[in-house]
Unconditional design. Structure first.
Length: 305
């Protein structure tokens, strides 16, 4: 297997050091506004929900405060639902889907569930349209102690008092063409390993938890999303991104072991959504709607069971 040698930063076969991380960071630039796209929307929700600041990124604390949206009528007797988006900042529909759910649909659950929503966990990644944080660390492999990513560390602090009380956690993600064209080659270069080209699945899929699988729950979410956009088929090996498809549109990961966001609570019902925004069969609007449909289906299934 040949070492991938086409990524423009680093020496093939050698992990990056500080100089390579600095060179990588120097090539990143601001492409959109966290303040305009996220903070401004959160401000419109303050009259209906409690908005709490749970941290800030030390890259630029004034530019990157971290906010969560919480039910005003929080009751310990109600089931608690955690929704997270933008753990990978470039995955746009997760951020916008979380905000849209709160704005248009969360009210129907008043008095039935406690909601806590962190819509944009990685605002620097959102603005620069990057998977990693400013230090070339993947926040979604960093939900462990001690965490190498302040984005993950801040969210874990927020959730810690609720870890055993959250019943549902939906973590909103995308799988994009740039995963294969940029982010996986960058990962291989950063770690000094071979980049093995892979396939990007065309459609929506879910990641269940190997440690506590909930097949009926996952299929309820898939069925709801199938009304909005198409579900990713398995590849010729019966897999999606290298993992065996256990049911239509569903694979499984050891969420906690891998340090993934969806593993940060003891929730019985947890899932990671994966929308494919580059499909010729799906628009940006469909991707946002699919994220919203997934959240609604997850909560409705839980309330029914």
């Amino acid at each position: 297997m040949a070492i991938h040698d086409s990524y423009p930063i680093g020496t093939p076969g050698q992990p990056w050091g500080a100089a390579e991380v600095s060179a990588w960071r120097a090539e990143r630039s601001i492409k959109r506004s966290y303040a305009a796209d996220v903070l401004r929307v959160i401000d419109t929700l303050r009259d209906r929900y409690e908005v709490i600041q749970y941290g800030q990124l030390d890259y630029d604390p004034d530019r990157y405060p971290l906010f969560a949206i919480k039910s005003r009528d929080w009751r310990d007797t109600q089931p608690s639902v955690l929704i997270t988006g933008g753990v990978h900042g470039y995955e746009t529909s997760g951020v916008l889907g979380a905000l849209r759910f709160v704005d248009r649909h969360a009210e129907r659950y008043r008095g039935r569930v406690n909601l806590i929503v962190a819509p944009c966990v990685s605002p620097w990644g959102y603005e620069t349209i990057q998977r990693w944080n400013m230090h070339a660390v993947d926040p979604n492999r960093s939900f462990r102690e001690p965490s190498p990513a302040q984005e993950a560390e801040a969210l874990m602090r927020l959730v810690a008092p609720l870890r055993e009380r959250v019943l549902v956690h939906v973590d909103l993600h995308e799988t994009t063409d740039t995963d294969e064209s940029e982010f996986r080659p960058a990962l291989a270069a950063r770690d000094g390993i071979a980049h093995v080209p892979g396939e990007i699945p065309d459609g929506f899929y879910l990641v269940d938890d190997i440690e506590q699988p909930q097949p009926a729950f996952q299929q309820a979410v898939i069925a709801a999303v199938a009304e909005v956009t198409h579900i990713a088929p398995a590849d010729h090996d019966g897999k999606i991104i290298g993992s065996v498809v256990v049911a239509p549109g569903v694979i499984r990961y050891p969420l906690k072991q891998l340090g993934l966001c969806a593993g940060i609570t003891s929730a019985r019902y947890k899932t990671t959504t994966e929308v494919y925004p580059d499909s010729p069969r799906a628009s940006s609007e469909q991707c946002i709607a699919a994220q919203v449909a997934a959240v609604i289906a997850a909560i409705d299934y839980t309330l029914a069971h």
